[in-house]
Design a protein around this ligand. Structure first.
Ligand SMILES: [Zn+2]
Ligand SMILES: [Zn+2]
Length: 297
């Protein structure tokens, strides 16, 4: 029984993977094929994760192991495989993030109106395809070339090279224009580090995607506006009618920072808050001492 389920999960996973590769190759002339390539790829990922879970224990493919009716969702399968107690964490944090991003993209594609960005979808596809290949090699002991027919695999790699070619071209333009690394961000659209912020250009040299950026006052680094974090909730404030009164801003004249600075700012405010509280307690103690001295003498 165990063998039957296991084989069908893995075989199904491979059928979807082949289909994903074929669609990706065909997307060169028909961009809508890219959508089906990603949907099939995530389906394949889901089945191969389940196959590994089944190998660890047959009950692990079920959402609720105490009531094994419905099989687990792809996101929960990742949670379960990342559980340190169970398998020691399969993917690095970075890879896990990539997997969750492609699942999110698949969900957007299947559940809502959306505009497909070719570069973004292609970048996500190739990254996930690489992760699925790695996963098969490392944990299921199967090589990708034993699953995907040779001609399809060759065409796919050529497409990937095309994407790498675009990045290479963008990088050489960046070099020619002598743009410093500190002015570059990882592009939110094509995921390559080719987003140029010099002189408020704010455009990706690889895919020409535009985005809003801000400067973090704390570290002076450029960051995407969407990535700025508001820490004004940490200030001691009061509302009177419509006016906000700030009693204590812990020496921060600004209330937003980049996500790198945010944790240390929160920690710093916490420290200062404790310090002020300790000072207050000490003053109160002095005051009590003073009072009791007056009463006794
Ligand atoms: Zn880009
Ligand atoms: Zn910062």
């Amino acid at each position: 029984m165990k063998e039957t389920i296991h084989l069908s999960l893995l075989q199904n996973s491979h059928s979807f993977l082949i289909e994903a590769a074929v669609k990706a190759v065909n997307s060169e002339n028909d961009i809508t094929q890219l959508q089906f390539a990603i949907i099939n790829l995530v389906q394949s990922l889901e089945l191969s994760l389940k196959s590994l879970l089944h190998e660890i224990h047959p009950l692990f493919v079920y959402d609720n192991i105490d009531s094994p009716k419905h099989t687990i969702s792809v996101s929960k399968a990742i949670d379960r495989l990342q559980n340190q107690d169970m398998h020691g964490g399969l993917f690095s944090q970075k890879d896990e993030k990539s997997l969750r991003k492609v699942i999110e993209l698949r969900n957007t594609m299947t559940h809502a109106d959306y505009t497909l960005s070719k570069q973004h979808a292609e970048a996500q596809f190739h990254k996930t395809f690489g992760l699925v290949a790695f996963f098969h090699h490392k944990y299921l002991k199967i090589e990708i070339e034993d699953i995907i027919p040779e001609d399809i695999l060759r065409s796919l790699i050529t497409r990937k090279e095309y994407y790498i070619e675009l990045i290479t071209m963008a990088r050489s333009r960046i070099e020619q224009e002598k743009i410093p690394e500190s002015d570059l961000l990882k592009c939110n659209n094509c995921l390559s580090v080719t987003f140029v912020t010099t002189e408020s250009k704010n455009v990706c040299y690889c895919c020409h995607h535009k985005d809003q950026v801000d400067i973090c006052i704390n570290c002076n680094n450029v960051t995407y506006s969407d990535d700025m974090k508001d820490f004004s909730d940490e200030f001691e404030t009061d509302y009177t009618d419509t006016i906000l009164i700030i009693h204590e801003n812990y020496d921060y004249e600004f209330y937003e920072s980049c996500k790198n600075c945010y944790p240390s700012i929160i920690e710093d405010i916490e420290c200062k808050r404790n310090e002020i509280h300790q000072q207050y307690l000490a003053q109160e103690w002095d005051w009590h001492l003073e009072n009791s001295r007056r009463e006794h003498f």
